[in-house]
Design a protein around this ligand. Structure first.
Ligand code: GNR
Ligand code: NI
Length: 174
């Protein structure tokens, strides 16, 4: 297992649509394992493959609070098949937008269809933080970031700060 580098906004790859997978094999599982390790190390509660530079429809999630009792969820080709009319507001963060948080309104519940780690088709009903996280991750697969739901003013301000942040990071690396 190895950790991968997380792509930070602005980066054109984060705006691309990820592609469906045809097969679940050991190579794919190795990538999912790397994504999970990268997410735990960050730390985060979700990660989409595009955030490590791979345009495939893959997501890992673990919303468990207890570090001892991990509960990883691997979603391959996830599809939201229904969403509630009722919405909820959660404070969201994103590993591709380090240091920035905003309250985002989304459907409170959703149902998804996906392929699991073993290549089996599954369905899942989610609410609360899990529903929010799933929708945030599926957005990544379609090139959408949570800042896209904010006013242009707020969004531009965050992107400007991230450009500065990335320049600082470059200085440290050089
Ligand atoms: O770690 C994360 N926390 C989070 C909090 C509220 C809603 C969504 C998330 S996902 C985020 C990790 C990430 O960037 N996933 O794409
Ligand atoms: Ni994110």
């Amino acid at each position: 297992m190895s950790q991968r580098k997380i792509v930070i906004e602005p980066d054109p790859i984060l705006r691309k649509k990820s592609e469906m997978l045809e097969t679940v094999d050991d190579e794919l599982r190795a990538l999912l394992d790397d994504m999970l390790e990268t997410m735990y190390d960050a730390p985060g509660i979700g990660l989409a493959a595009v955030q490590v530079g791979i345009l495939k429809r893959l997501i890992v999630i673990d919303i468990s609070k207890d570090k001892e009792k991990k509960n990883p969820l691997f979603l391959i080709n996830p599809e939201i098949i229904s969403s509630s009319k009722k919405t909820s507001v959660h404070e969201e963060g994103c590993l591709s937008l380090p240091g920035h948080f905003a309250e985002i309104e989304r459907p409170a519940e959703c149902q998804i269809k996906f392929i699991d780690y073993n290549g089996k088709e599954k369905k899942l009903k989610a609410d609360g933080l899990l529903a929010t996280c799933i929708q945030h991750e599926v957005d990544h697969l379609n090139g959408i970031l949570f800042i896209d739901y904010l006013s242009k003013l707020k969004k531009d301000m965050i992107v400007k700060k991230l450009i500065k942040h990335k320049k600082e990071l470059d200085k440290v690396i050089l």
